[in-house]
Design a protein around this ligand. Structure first.
Ligand code: ZN
Length: 108
């Protein structure tokens, strides 16, 4: 098992490493929105999402309404870090504690 970058072993997509759209973008992750009701699969445009929502936006645990006409389902998000790589549902807790707010943002 030598020779491989240990940082790359296992699922590279995790809540700790790929929580924000900017992190997913940096990993060049391929993100899909999928609807369980109508089975539609849509590529998520990370560039557009970063422009629209900002780099700290997260798709984790988001289940927006499906946009297919006539479908009442909700979509979930899935990501893979490379073509043919394992898919990871963007669901679960982020175990890492969020960074504390900078002091200048504090109340005062
Ligand atoms: Zn649907």
């Amino acid at each position: 098992m030598g020779g491989q970058n240990p940082d790359y072993l296992g699922a590279a997509i995790s809540a700790e490493r790929a929580w924000t759209v900017a992190q997913l973008w940096t990993m060049q992750a391929m993100v899909e929105a999928r609807c369980d009701a109508c089975r539609v699969r849509l590529r998520v445009d990370l560039d557009g999402l970063i422009r629209a929502r900002g780099p700290d936006y997260s798709l984790w645990n988001k289940t927006p309404r499906c946009r297919v006409v006539g479908c009442a389902g909700r979509v979930g998000f899935w990501a893979r870090d490379r073509p043919g790589g394992p898919e990871t549902p963007l669901r679960g807790e982020r175990r890492m504690a969020p960074a504390p707010l900078p002091r200048w943002l504090g109340q005062g």
